[in-house]
Design a binder for this molecule. Structure first.
Ligand code: NCN
Ligand code: DMD
Length: 351
């Protein structure tokens, strides 16, 4: 393995008093901007400045999953490549919201099981044409995991060189809620059934079938469950897109960049990243609570509190893109609101 877990700088805690004073000095009752105040503080501590700024970019990372052939998803595997073509044509949900928010969007082929045409918006990491079926064998070799983690780092290095300091990772991959549930189960010690939900829309019978397949996957990798090392778990039951995102998240935190977390699959990637280096969480904002049934527990496990609760379960980074204006609002109030002093507003000081 060439990839090493990045060192992540600590938050600039020494700036907390001056940031708080700057937030409290704006023309508003103390604390009245609620969670926007906490976001402004977090961004200042992350960027080690009293004048945080935001410049974001989004990736939608796609990969296929071997156990799609077992019916873990209600959808056929071919939907992954079909949706990638939709992303490239600009017609998917994330395209619409990224355009609305002014976020540049790149599409990443981490491991789609079908050839893709060259396209200016496509980053072809193409590590392997989909994972192996984790019910039968390890989904990825360590060399493939290595390539994926490094690929994620290269995505972030590219946008950092372009001056970006915030990243949204979205994903697309038929069967990837099954991988996310398995990662959650192995790394949190939660029984697989409690980690498993309806994904792209299973009915009750489909969900029961999915759980029975995932129980067989857990049994096949009992050695990994007995001693769950993050990279072993990732190789056994993860996905190529998930591994790229793990590498990307850690590379972003290493560079003091904000990670805007999305739904269930992205949060499972964050769980792996956090088990490798927990400081990644200091650089994360939890954008939304997904309707996928285990998401709330997974977010709680990571100590997160989603900004939005919209009942979304699309993935692609859509929830993160929708939270973006709130993050912009948090830096804008700090940069642009008058202070009590500058505006000549006087309020009684607390006794
Ligand atoms: O982000 C989420 O919370 C989320 C929840 C359920 C489904 N998805 C999306 O649906 C796909 C995975 O569903 P499935 O049933 O094929 O595992 C994948 O492409 C995800 O982007 C995403
Ligand atoms: C149509 C469709 C779009 C998606 N986008 C992310 N996951 C998806 C799953 C399906 C099925």
């Amino acid at each position: 393995m060439n990839w090493n877990t990045p060192e992540i700088p600590p938050l600039a805690k020494e700036l907390e008093p001056v940031l708080r004073a700057s937030i409290d000095g704006r023309t508003k009752p103390i604390g009245s901007l609620g969670r926007l105040e906490a976001l402004a503080l977090q961004l200042g501590l992350m960027q080690a400045t009293v004048e945080p700024k935001l410049a974001g970019a989004a990736f939608v990372v796609a990969g296929d999953h071997g156990f799609a052939e077992d019916g873990v998803s209600p959808c056929p595997q071919a939907v992954t490549v079909q949706m990638v073509l939709n992303f490239l044509a600009g017609g998917a949900g994330i395209n619409v919201f990224a355009r609305q928010m002014g976020l540049p969007l790149k599409v990443v082929d981490a491991g789609v099981a079908a050839p893709l045409p060259a396209h200016p918006d496509l980053v072809p990491l193409s590590i392997r044409a989909g994972t192996r079926n984790a019910r039968l064998e390890r989904a990825m070799t360590m060399d493939e995991v290595d390539a994926a983690l490094s690929g994620g780092e290269s995505l972030v290095a590219q946008i950092a060189a372009e001056g970006k300091n915030a990243v949204i990772f979205g994903e697309m991959g038929i069967g990837n809620t099954a991988s996310a549930s398995l990662l959650m189960s192995a790394l949190t010690g939660t029984p697989i059934a409690a980690c498993t939900g309806r994904g792209a829309g299973h009915d009750d019978a489909g969900l029961a079938h999915k759980i029975s397949i995932l129980e067989a996957v857990v049994e096949r990798h009992a050695d990994v469950w007995a001693k769950p090392e993050p990279l072993d778990v990732l190789a056994a039951v993860g996905g190529l897109e998930i591994a790229v995102i793990v590498g990307g998240m850690l590379a972003a935190a290493e560079r003091r960049m904000l990670i805007v977390n999305d739904g269930f699959i992205i949060t499972a990637a964050l769980l792996v990243a956090a088990r490798l280096n927990p400081r990644v969480l200091d650089y994360t904002v939890f954008a939304h609570g997904s309707a996928e049934q285990a998401h709330a527990q997974l977010v709680a496990e990571l100590g997160g509190k989603p900004l939005l609760d919209l009942g979304l379960r699309l993935g692609e980074g859509t929830g993160a893109a929708l939270a973006w204006p709130l993050l912009e609002a948090s830096v804008n109030f700090l940069a642009q609101m008058a202070t009590f002093e500058s505006a000549g507003v006087t309020v009684p000081t607390a006794p």
